[in-house]
Write a protein that binds this ligand. Sequence first.
Ligand SMILES: Nc1ncnc2c1ncn2[C@@H]1O[C@H](COP(=O)(O)OP(=O)(O)O)[C@@H](O)[C@H]1O
Ligand SMILES: [Mg+2]
Length: 311
Amino acid sequence: MMWYRDTPFVLGDDRHAQLQVRGLQAGYGPFLVLRELRFEVKPGLTVILGPNGAGKTTLLKALMGLIPRRGMVLLDGEDLPEKTHEIVQRGVTLVAEGRQLFPQMTVLENLELGGWLMSAPRSEPGSARRPGGARLLGAAQRALGTKAERARRIEQVLADFPKLRERAQQLAGTMSGGEQQMVAVARAMMSAPRLLMLDEPSLGLAPKMVDELLAIARRIADAGTTVLMVEQNVKKALAVADRGYVLERGVLVASGPARLLERSNVVREAYLGAGATEHTTAADAVQRRRKVSVRAEPVEALRQAQGERAR
Ligand SMILES: Nc1ncnc2c1ncn2[C@@H]1O[C@H](COP(=O)(O)OP(=O)(O)O)[C@@H](O)[C@H]1O
Ligand SMILES: [Mg+2]
């Protein structure tokens, strides 16, 4: 049995959230890591690639309000609050590096904790996909309704991740890394986020588990929750993503549709070894690079550092 069901996911938010970021700066004390980042997270799955230390985790932490930030961040056209709990209420969730489950609690208890961090319910009338979904209005009604709503979401998350039902009573700390990652993602989905951020979800996992996790990220995006994922697994991440950015030393150096980014020089040379095989000759490589640069033309080289210097 796979970790996820083979029919579309139910949990999540189908509002197709968008994030617009302009002039984002963040760092640690006097140490500035991110410099004037400008990017967009459109509905679907966006991946951020980049070497260790590039600032990928810093970027997700800044969006989540875990470290201070400067610049403009708009979620569906409205300013994203700065405090983490307000950001959560707006429907943004982060699965941090290292999962951060409660190891002495069962899978079910970990999931229930995710239900406490519920985003405000949708204001639109119910979609056909959720005929029985609770529609809660004011804050008082929401408070009254949370217990039933949590139970409903637990049921949905166990339907979306059927293997978790078998493991419901297992202590999270006794699971393998990959299994814990599944719980962490499922727990994040308990809040029915409109924007789900994943920090290196496949780190340290066996290849089959990596594939399952990336397939789950894809399914979540297909169900309408916008996904922003940081990944080191360049080839696999680009295969499931719609769009991507490359972050190097706190600066975005390339962006574009995943298919084009995969063929771009910056990604091939730095992350995919220029796509060389044992049969590749130097002449082939030159030939391929010429083709690649033509095909990859729509890939936008941001060259922010140069832009800044020119200003
Ligand atoms: N808590 C911290 N305090 C100070 N510097 C940090 C902290 N966390 C990360 N950094 C530094 O910020 C830079 C970016 O780190 P990080 O965002 O974790 O990179 P990535 O996730 O791309 O590997 C690195 O130079 C790192 O040493
Ligand atoms: Mg990181």
